[in-house]
Design a protein around this ligand. Structure first.
Ligand SMILES: [Zn+2]
Length: 295
């Protein structure tokens, strides 16, 4: 499903057959092109109605189309209970104030604070279809007992994966992608130590080693264990970089640390959104390092 205007360009939506109607995972971004593309694909599959829609996480390239899909094809909308509990705390009217306070405490210069406010990322999210079903870790998907819910926080506070034991397939959302290392943010009102939650969620997937992985982006793949090791290595390398800055400057602010890390482009060339993502990611690393005593 195309995601116009979003750097990732497209999201994989999956349809899993079940006795009382198909389950759709991650409908995608909402745009005329997205609707048309998904409608065409469902038509090719002979799908005229849907039993339920499961969303891996709140991001704009996964969830928004669920509202349209549910209206046009029927079906409940499900999120993890953890994701929903977090979203329910995001009050748009106080979000900007909360973010300003956070950014100032991170040493962000006053002139930058307004530019990097996250209104568009979280504010819009509150307007998506509200979930009808809340899923907990270990639950079967209602009406589709072959699909088991694995709550894998990290990339978002309540990200979920689905495991299909019949087909030995893991729907990994954005938790594990074949090439991209997922972005892990210190979210407003989110978990205290999101990077640790992400690392724990990575370890946990080792028990699904032989499964084929169907991710939210890029391409399907096998060799999950090797990929999990790569992700742990990538986190360890970044962690070492942050630790080195902190060792030299123990009181460095998030802003000061972020500016000294290596990024794929020059700091001056970052868009405000990219700058905010760099800061929230740096904060997640710093939190995890502090909590683990820099070990
Ligand atoms: Zn995504």
């Amino acid at each position: 499903v195309p995601a116009p205007g979003i750097p990732i360009r497209f999201t994989y939506c999956y349809v899993s057959p079940a006795a009382d109607g198909p389950i759709v995972l991650d409908p995608g971004a909402d745009s005329p092109a997205s609707r048309e593309s998904l409608a065409r694909a469902l038509d090719q599959l002979g799908v005229t109605s849907v039993q339920g829609i499961v969303v891996t996480h709140f991001h704009i390239d996964h969830w928004p189309l669920a509202g349209w899909l549910s209206r046009e094809y029927g079906g409940w909308v499900a999120l993890s209970r953890t994701e929903h509990t977090w979203i329910a705390q995001l009050a748009p009217e106080s979000l900007d104030d909360e973010s300003r306070d956070r950014f100032r405490s991170w040493g962000v210069p006053e002139a930058e604070v307004e530019a990097i406010l996250p209104t568009e990322d979280y504010g819009d999210g509150l307007g998506y279809a509200s979930p009808d079903v809340l899923l907990d870790d270990g639950d079967p998907v209602p009406g589709a007992p072959h699909l088991q819910v694995l709550v894998t926080p990290g990339h978002s506070p309540g990200h979920l994966c689905l495991y299909d034991a019949e087909r030995h397939v893991l729907f990994s959302g954005d938790h594990v992608l074949p090439r991209i290392t997922p972005y892990v943010a210190q979210n407003p009102y989110g978990p205290a130590n999101p990077l640790q939650e992400y690392l724990d969620s990575v370890v946990r997937l080792r028990q699904y080693a032989g499964a084929e992985v169907l991710p939210g982006h890029e391409y399907r793949f096998t060799g999950l264990l090797a990929r999990l090791t790569q992700l742990e290595d990538a986190v360890a390398a970044r962690r070492a970089e942050v630790r080195d800055v902190l060792t030299g400057s123990p009181r460095a602010s998030i802003w000061a640390i972020a500016r000294r890390l290596h990024w794929s482009r020059r700091w001056e060339d970052f868009t405000p959104q990219a700058r905010r993502m760099a800061l929230t990611e740096t904060a997640a690393f710093r939190t995890q390092l502090m909590a683990s005593g820099h070990s």
